[in-house]
Ligand binder design. Structure first.
Ligand code: FES
Length: 165
């Protein structure tokens, strides 16, 4: 485990080095935060401190950028990560209502985790399944042709599966 953590740290460090010489606009910072989230699954405080140090940016600024964008998670993700596609095909077929139904059912907002740590919620751009829009991905499984009612049933299935394990 420690070795894996070290590798992640090293990989992130190398990534920062590769973008560091470019001017410190927020787009480079966002690229770095994306890389960190890809490696760690979320943005731990220590990792943000490391980034601040290496990029010589105040941690408060990084924190501000990370909280501004919905796609950054500041807490460890839930067991099941729910990604609601808001790409064009999904959006025109009612993705926004599905997102609202999920928020209501789970009582969380984007970027948050349910109290039982079972679900976390995030947005996605096109998930490559426009033919069955609107689409919600849970973990790595695509659920197509969703409706606000259907997604609640799907969520309940996951709850049941988690209980039976
Ligand atoms: S726009 Fe949602 S899957 Fe393509």
């Amino acid at each position: 485990m420690e070795v894996i953590e070290k590798n992640k740290k090293q990989e992130l460090k190398e990534f920062i080095e590769s973008v560091k010489d470019k001017e410190h606009s927020d787009s480079y910072l966002i690229a770095v935060l994306h890389k960190a989230q890809q490696l760690y699954g979320f943005l731990p405080r220590e990792v943000m401190d490391d980034i601040a140090q290496q990029m010589q940016i105040p941690t408060a600024h990084i924190w501000g950028v990370a909280t501004f964008y919905h796609y950054f998670n500041l807490t460890p993700p839930g067991k099941f990560v729910i990604s609601v596609c808001l790409g064009t095909a999904c959006y025109v077929k009612g993705a926004a209502e599905i997102l609202e139904a999920i928020k209501k059912e789970l009582k969380i907002d984007l970027g948050q985790v349910t109290e039982d740590r079972l679900f976390s919620l995030q947005l996605a751009r096109c998930l490559g399944a426009c033919g069955v829009a609107p689409v919600v991905m849970i973990g790595d499984k695509i659920h197509g042709e969703m409706t606000p009612q259907k997604i609640v049933e799907v969520i309940n299935q996951y709850r049941k599966t988690a209980k039976n394990k």
